[in-house]
Design a protein around this ligand. Structure first.
Ligand code: ARG
Length: 460
């Protein structure tokens, strides 16, 4: 039989190879080594303070745990498949380091409260990494926005040119999205920050433990209230996965725009060689693979979020081994979003925006038709609906004559209403159109400048 400190002696026969294979999680949960040791250190300090173990035993175990941490960080440790998960690996290492007293560490705890404690610590810590990457991404978006406060581009609805906007305004929309993503992660961490350690297997413990003490050491706001809930709860994992998923959905939307914008028909963006790929057969091709793969990443994160929801659905209280899958799913989404944020930051940083093409696309469309209707309302006192109808007729006339709105002559406009005067031309260019959108949150360069300062203050 394999030496496994948690394998009960009443299991006379060792596990079959297949059971061992499906049960092993060390390849995945070894990423929790730091948090596992951190939580064990807090636990042992508490056991010693409450005299559940003697202070000399406590000291030996503490020293052992600290040395194991150092050994791991120096790369001296290779985790072993002989022990199914990170908890059993660390415990086995402790036995090697300090002998039989290691057996006292698991007093008044279970792997069920241990794993959920470790995982909360890991998510709390690593949410900071995501926050930093989000912040960096916002910084890059803002930097490009700063250079494009007056760069006009067509704004779309239904992917049809709708009204002119500025490139800065468009990019700042993503700054807002990522800002909400960051707040959502903060909320998630705030909610998860209750300490499950001390819930035992599911019922609590008869030992006189001090859960306030371990909560304080581990930086949790308070202990969790119900031991049954504590070991079964994976809400925090689902919330974290959702946060990651929404980030990747946001990245995917931008990725899609990059892909569209870099197509020959749009020509809004040029991807420098180092962020584009070639084709193995078509020598002229330059493909936006990076953006395409970021777009595809959302499929992974959406799938992972669904996986855990489905896994949890119908799972009876309390712990079942199904829950072991939560780590694999989360690490996968985490790594995916981590890479995605870096890749999109690089793309936005290095992409060359073709301001002229964007401007022309806004000009050579009827993107200022709404401005024309608004002018009729403001200066000729039409109701908006009547102005809308007249403008529709003017656009149809321009289209028929193959002209843009600002290429029409005053007499052309006056065919539709004699009172139209030369001032009409002030609203027909796309730059004047964006300049006029001064309403709060609108696209005027004046507004956008203020929005950038605000975004810098709020997010960077
Ligand atoms: N490796 C396990 C997990 O990740 C640890 C908890 C094991 N608990 C148990 N009762 N077998 O979920």
């Amino acid at each position: 039989m394999k030496k496994n400190p948690a394998r009960n002696v009443h299991l006379v026969k060792g596990p079959t190879n297949l059971l061992e294979k499906i049960n092993l999680s060390i390849d995945v949960d070894s990423r929790l080594y730091k948090e596992d040791i951190e939580a064990s250190i807090a636990h042992v300090k508490m056991l010693s303070k409450t005299k559940i173990i003697s202070s000399s035993e406590g000291k030996i175990i503490l020293k052992g745990l600290n040395n194991i941490l150092k050994d791991i960080e120096k790369g001296k440790i290779k985790f072993s498949n002989k022990h199914e998960d990170i908890h059993m690996n660390i415990e086995a290492l402790l036995f090697k380091k300090v002998g039989n007293v290691a057996g006292k560490l698991h007093t008044a705890r279970s792997r069920n409260d241990q794993v959920v404690t470790d995982f909360k610590l890991w998510i709390r810590e690593n949410s900071n990494n995501i926050d930093k990457l989000c912040k960096n991404f916002q910084k890059i978006l803002i930097n490009v926005a700063k250079k494009n406060i007056s760069s006009v581009m067509p704004g779309y609805t239904h992917l049809q040119i709708a009204q002119p906007i500025t490139l800065a305004h468009h990019l700042l929309a993503y700054v807002e999205m990522i800002g909400r993503d960051r707040e959502r992660i903060k909320d998630c961490v705030n909610r998860l920050n209750e300490n499950p350690l001390g819930s035992g297997a599911l019922a609590g413990t008869s030992f006189p433990i001090d859960r306030l003490m371990t909560s304080k050491i581990l930086g949790f706001n308070r202990p969790t209230s119900n031991s049954v809930d504590s070991v079964s709860d994976r809400d925090f994992v689902i919330e974290f996965l959702f946060c990651l998923t929404l980030i990747s959905v946001h990245l995917s939307r931008l990725a899609e725009e990059i892909i569209i914008w870099s197509s020959q028909q749009y020509n809004f963006i040029k991807l420098p060689d180092e962020i584009a790929t070639g084709s193995s057969i078509m020598p002229q091709k330059k493909n936006p693979d990076g953006a395409e793969l970021v777009r595809a990443q959302a499929a992974t994160t959406i799938g992972n979020l669904n996986s855990l929801l489905v896994l949890l659905k119908g799972l009876p209280m309390t712990y079942s081994k199904d829950l072991q899958k939560d780590k694999q799913i989360t690490f996968d989404s985490f790594d995916t979003v981590h890479l995605g944020l870096n890749v999109m930051s690089e793309i936005i940083d290095k992409a060359k925006f073709n301001i002229k093409s964007m401007r022309e696309a806004a000009d050579f469309s009827y993107a200022t038709a709404t401005d024309l209707a608004d002018w009729l309302v403001r200066y000729l006192k039409y109701t908006f609906r009547d102005a809308y109808k007249i403008t529709g007729k003017i656009v149809a006339y321009a289209e028929k004559n193959n002209k843009m709105l600002n290429e029409l002559k005053l007499i052309d406009f006056q065919k539709f209403d004699k009172k139209i005067n030369k001032n009409i031309f002030t609203v027909l260019s796309s730059i004047n159109s964006v300049k006029s959108k001064k309403s709060y949150g609108g696209t005027s360069p004046e507004n956008v400048k203020k929005s950038i300062s605000k975004a810098i203050k709020k997010y960077l």
